[in-house]
Write a protein that binds this ligand. Structure first.
Ligand SMILES: Nc1ncnc2c1ncn2[C@@H]1O[C@H](COP(=O)(O)OP(=O)(O)OP(=O)(O)O)[C@@H](O)[C@H]1O
Ligand SMILES: [Mg+2]
Length: 416
């Protein structure tokens, strides 16, 4: 069997990979979990993060999927989620390209489409589910962390201590006024027009507090206007169903927009906050095209923190990127970049690495701790074949798509 390794790459057969790299792949993870495909040196390759966690092979259930365009990352995710349905697992998906519709249809659900002029609104500051589980201090801390990331990513710089204090004051004041449902416009208004009590709490006067919060307020205001108006600027549209086997948030209306990263952050934050009320289930939370949020330093930090928090709810997070260097968010200094990448990798102990360009292999080797042989193999992997690093173990697996699953994955057909 041979595979086209993608534009510019050479053809590599699976037989060649087997012959050339016999020592890369171990004997599989056992038969438990969902079927992924064929382990190149052995039989069926199966995987289940919760099972491996329970066995002690993994210390976290999160997964990072990396690979060049068109290597089969999303196809793998779609069939993986479809096969996990058999085990009663649920999945929530951030879908920036709008390609999970066929999977949703197969699961009997409709994607939730977000975009300019569309009727659905998500409130990223929704606290509905949190209010039973968390105290006020923790809720404020989470709101602050989200606002901080949104504003910093939008401003392209970290917030100053004065700006952070202004945000915190605004959250506390707006929450007290809002009767439970905090919204972005309410925060913006309170930032622009703080009251005496908020100023007194941080030994400031009203004018200086307003001045401190002004730039942040104007940035956050942009999330409530123009293209993004109606998407995140008020209470969540009633009646959105999170109970079904699958929830797809289709953000394709904003794919290609400079605001995509912010939109993905708001949508992810809304899903994360909803986890509290769904802690009774095994849930996979996928962020496809996650490179779009990882390029913002503040959002990458938020994502890492939120992965840590979601562990207590038993969630298996999955992030899809193109190359390992996507983990090194723009804007960070060298050592901070490295720390962030290491942190995100440490929090995703399953790494599924599809074909990488030769220029990426050094980074991949360094970040993933690959052997020379494993790194060397990455540019040779054809479509559908990935190096799996599961904890400290390595496997070469070819993802199998069943004939009935074809309709779930065919993005080439849509392209033509
Ligand atoms: N294991 C496989 N075997 C055969 N064909 C595959 C396999 N995986 C993916 N394909 C085909 O390759 C095409 C591209 O796959 P997919 O959209 O999953 O790539 P991707 O890595 O997610 O790309 P992108 O980075 O653009 O999102 C799909 O149309 C799919 O049918
Ligand atoms: Mg994809």
């Amino acid at each position: 069997m041979s595979r086209r390794a993608g534009a510019g790459a050479h053809r590599v057969s699976t037989a060649h990979l087997q012959a050339a790299y016999p020592f890369v792949s171990e004997g599989g993870l056992g038969g438990r979990g969902v079927y992924i495909g064929r382990e190149l040196l052995g039989g069926a390759f199966c995987y289940d993060p919760w099972d491996l966690y329970a066995q002690g092979t993994l210390t976290n259930p999160n997964m990072l999927v990396a690979g060049q365009v068109g290597r089969g990352k999303s196809s793998f995710i779609k069939t993986y989620l479809w096969r996990q349905q058999v085990f009663g697992r649920h999945a929530w998906i951030i879908d920036p390209k709008g390609e999970y519709g066929p999977l949703a249809a197969a699961c009997g659900v409709e994607p939730v489409r977000l975009g300019p002029g569309l009727p659905v609104r998500l409130n990223p500051l929704d606290t509905g589910a949190w209010s039973q589980a968390l105290d006020d201090v923790e809720v404020t801390r989470r709101h602050l962390s989200l606002l901080n990331s949104l504003a910093a990513a939008s401003l392209g710089r970290a917030l100053t201590p004065d700006e952070q204090a202004a945000c915190e004051a605004a959250i506390v004041t707006a929450s007290a006024r809002a009767d439970g449902v905090l919204t972005l416009p309410a925060v913006v208004e309170t930032l622009l027009w703080p009251d005496e009590a908020a100023a007194a709490r941080i030994a400031a006067d009203v004018d200086s507090l307003a001045a401190s919060g002004r730039q942040v307020a104007l940035e956050l205001r942009r999330l409530c206007q123009g293209d993004l108006a109606g998407m995140f600027d008020g209470p969540t549209t009633p009646g959105l169903q999170l109970d079904g086997p699958l929830v797809v948030l289709d953000l394709s209306a904003l794919y290609g927009s400079p605001a995509l990263g912010l939109v993905m952050l708001c949508a992810t934050a809304w899903l994360q906050a909803s986890l509290v009320a769904h802690a009774d289930r095994r849930l996979i939370l996928v962020i496809d095209e996650a490179w779009a949020i990882l390029r913002h330093l503040e959002i990458a930090r938020w994502l890492q923190a939120s992965w840590k928090l979601s562990r207590q709810y038993g969630v298996a997070n999955v992030a899809v990127i193109h190359r390992l260097s996507d983990l090194r968010a723009a804007g960070a200094e060298g050592s901070e970049q490295a720390a962030l990448a290491q942190g995100l990798l440490a929090d995703s102990e399953t790494r599924v690495i599809y074909g990488q360009s030769s220029s990426e292999t050094a980074q991949a080797r360094e970040l993933l701790g690959l052997t020379d042989v494993e790194a060397e193999i990455l540019p040779e992997l054809g479509r559908g074949i990935a190096l799996w690093r599961v904890g400290t173990r390595s496997f070469l697996a070819e993802h199998h798509i069943g004939s009935r699953e074809r309709a779930l994955v065919d993005t080439d057909a849509r392209m033509s």
